[in-house]
Design a protein around this ligand. Sequence first.
Ligand code: NCD
Length: 359
Amino acid sequence: MTKNLNEIPWDDFYKLTHAEKAPYLIDNARPMHVLFAQQFDRQQLDSLGSLATGVRFIAKSEEGMAFLRGLLAHKRAMLYFSQPSTRTFLSFYAACEILGLGIGEVRDTATSSEFKGESREDSVRTFSSYFDLIIMRSEIGGLSERVAWVLSNTDRPVPIINAGSGKDQHPTQALLDIYTLQRSFEERGGIDGKTIVFVGDLARGRTVRSLSSLLTRYNNVKQYFVAPAQLQIGEDVLAMLKAAGVQYEVSDSFEKVIPEADAVYMTRVQDEWDTQKGESGKIDTSKYCFTVQHLDLLKPDAVIMHPFPRRNEISPDVDRDSRAVYWRQMRNGMWIRAALIAAIFDRDDQIRNYYSKNI
Ligand code: NCD
């Protein structure tokens, strides 16, 4: 049942669980704001995945691209990224272009009125005067929730998409990761029953937190968390998995776990969050890197993923192996983000109709 963000005070909304917040983020059964991974259920994940496949197929032809470009040519999106980004920024940019949206951007708050002391909330409210969608990345956890609430209490409640917030959430990365897993396991019964191994900085990697919670939407998925003790996954994630009845294991032994994996999800050390500069550099992460030798331990039909950017966690020599899907994963981000935006603006049926007539 849809609930309205303008019917609940901020302090009350903020305290709710993700499950309790989710009904506030939909509008007539379609996503309005996209703030955290937990707002998506299995049916929505399946539906977004098939929509992304439709967009991907249609975009192959000139005629198809012209159709897609016409879908949202009357809308404009604002990309508000106050944290560094290459992939997420560009894939959203490309996704908007595919659907014909006009695009504006602020990437450096030193060039905006925030420099003059304007609050983020006022900045975003200003964007909503000129744009129909705000896609935002911020180092502040929970900021996109606050902004969504603020805008929903104005006369221009434009949708907010969280493109990465603090250490806590990266919902659209989780969607593209799920889409990549759906595609990788298409001929192997889908994601159900698979073993996913997360490796690296699990304490501060928001992509892992978001994907781990979306995997609970599938049956019998086992999750492994492999990291040095200082970078191990948070207790809150484990409590969430326990409550969902999900099988998981915490380990510091990468090589032992590799043969069990259907997907290995590598991550980099997130040292930008170090409280003391250089602190992470003292942690020995050498045993948490994927090398060509590890390819022999990996199942022949498993996949290696990474949200990128990478450092030394995956040797570039691994890229040539067909199980390395991280470059494909990146491109999937563009398709699933286009699908998501189309769904927000009620263009999914048109895409599905076009796809079914032209497939
Ligand atoms: C990730 C992020 O920003 O959280 N990058 C991305 O969006 N693909 C991962 C990272 O920065 O390590």
